[in-house]
Design a protein around this ligand. Structure first.
Ligand code: USQ
Length: 400
């Protein structure tokens, strides 16, 4: 199978490329290296050192020869996107190439506009090129559980819900109530993809993915094959941050009351899910939505788990409640369906405690790198006030 991975240099993109090549598929990657530049803009770097793409490709080519190729470029550039899709003619397009950080999108107007134009325009270009050159391909697009929002008083379904209104029944998209400019960009993408499928009979799976954590998947036995791992306030996600903080003796930063509940999934299982979706496309012309997470936890409970496991390793972990810079509910109802992937064969392989254990050991090796950029752990991007420290334009230039 020919698989186009948009965003191949990223946390999930690189991991997915390793897995698909091992499975014998042909992989073409695309990236504009915006993640590397934006993390640098935040005064940080990946805790796990990652090689430049040219070196990463040399490693892959040694093992997989001509089955891997790569193009540097930006999906916002219509001609670039069109040329890649027209030339490679993928069976499956996995689109991970977006600005993925909620705090980054809340820094100021420039970062909000960059996030939404980059994400929405890039996806629109992919949809047009899919229609023009590979209308029978399967587009797998990374959305987020955050599209539904976290203040719902009712259960969350997978994409759609049946309602009864004034005596009549119908099926409608589940209401989206996102909580950042970033999360809204994913909602706008979902609407555009749903419309494109209807308009042009395209086939797509929109993944509502929870928070992914972990340092490695089984293909990453050697250090040069490991994926990036962010721990700064803006690009690091909660468990990954807690583990990085634990290894350098920084208190774990629980925002507010810590009752924020989210769905979580280990990196290994995220890659398993995307692989299942690649192998099981929906019917031609279908727009399918799957909720992709395994278990749900409160962020304070996660801190307790990291402390318990870290303390057994002699880390003496401290937990600190810090003022929540975000506008979000700190205690809320949360019950979301996640049955589609299980029906397709997904079986979680990782327990969170085992994974935290592995992460703490892996990160201990790179303790000095985390220590060197420890100022990036707390920058304080306030949802209603942005980042006080003056910021220039986003590190990656954007065209409108
Ligand atoms: N949080 C803390 N302490 C920290 C960092 C975060 O308590 O040091 C809390 C936040 O307040 C929030 C929760 O942890 O309530 C999750 O924050 P996060 O930074 O781990 O995740 P989030 O901003 O929601 O975004 C991440 C990814 C994004 C993905 C999303 C999935 O960056 O790409 O879409 O997770 S989800 O959260 O399900 O929407």
């Amino acid at each position: 199978m020919k698989i186009l991975i948009l965003g191949m240099d990223g946390y999930i993109g690189w991991s997915l490329a390793l897995r698909q090549l091992r499975l014998g598929n042909e992989v073409c990657g695309v990236d504009n290296f915006s993640r590397r530049k934006a993390v640098e803009e935040m005064g940080s770097w990946s805790a796990v050192p990652i090689l430049p793409m040219q070196k990463r490709l040399e490693i892959l080519k040694k093992e997989h020869g001509g089955k891997v190729s790569f193009h540097e470029g930006d999906l916002v550039d219509q001609k670039f996107t069109d040329d890649v899709i027209k030339t490679f003619k993928p069976d499956t397009i996995v689109h991970l190439a977006e600005q993925p950080s909620a705090p980054y999108s809340m820094i100021d107007q420039n970062h909000a506009v960059y996030t939404q134009s980059n994400n929405v325009v890039g996806t629109l270009n992919v949809l047009y090129s899919q229609k023009n050159h590979v209308p029978r391909a399967h587009l797998i697009k990374l959305g987020t559980m955050g599209e539904y929002g976290y203040g719902n008083d009712i259960d969350i379904t997978e994409g759609f819900m049946e309602i009864e209104f004034r005596g009549k029944k119908t099926v409608i998209p589940y209401p989206r109530m996102a909580g950042s400019w970033y999360h809204w960009s994913k909602v706008h993408d979902s609407n555009n993809i749903m419309f494109a499928c209807k308009l042009w009979n395209l086939t797509s799976t929109d993944i509502m993915q929870g928070i992914v954590y972990g340092t490695r998947i089984r293909e990453m036995e050697d250090e040069p094959k490991m994926t990036r791992f962010d721990f700064d306030e803006v690009f690091g996600t909660v468990i990954n941050r807690y583990c990085s903080q634990a290894v350098i003796g920084h208190p774990l930063t629980v925002y507010g009351q810590g009752g924020q509940t989210r769905g979580f999934l280990a990196l290994e299982d995220s890659i398993q899910c995307i692989t299942i979706l690649i192998n099981n496309p929906p019917d031609p012309g279908e727009y399918r939505v799957v909720n992709q997470f395994d278990e749900q936890y409160r962020v304070s409970e996660l801190a307790d788990r990291v402390k318990r496991i870290g303390d057994k390793k002699g880390l003496g972990v401290e937990i600190k409640r810090v003022e929540n810079p975000r506008l979000e509910k700190e205690e809320h109802y949360y019950k979301a369906d996640h049955e589609h992937l299980k029906k397709l064969g997904f079986k979680p392989t990782r327990h969170i405690d085992d994974e935290i254990n592995i992460m703490l050991d892996d990160l201990a090796v790179f303790k000095e790198r985390i220590q060197a950029k420890k100022d990036s752990i707390i920058k304080i991007v306030r949802w209603n006030d942005g980042l006080k420290q003056s910021m220039a334009s986003p590190a990656v230039s954007y065209k409108t």
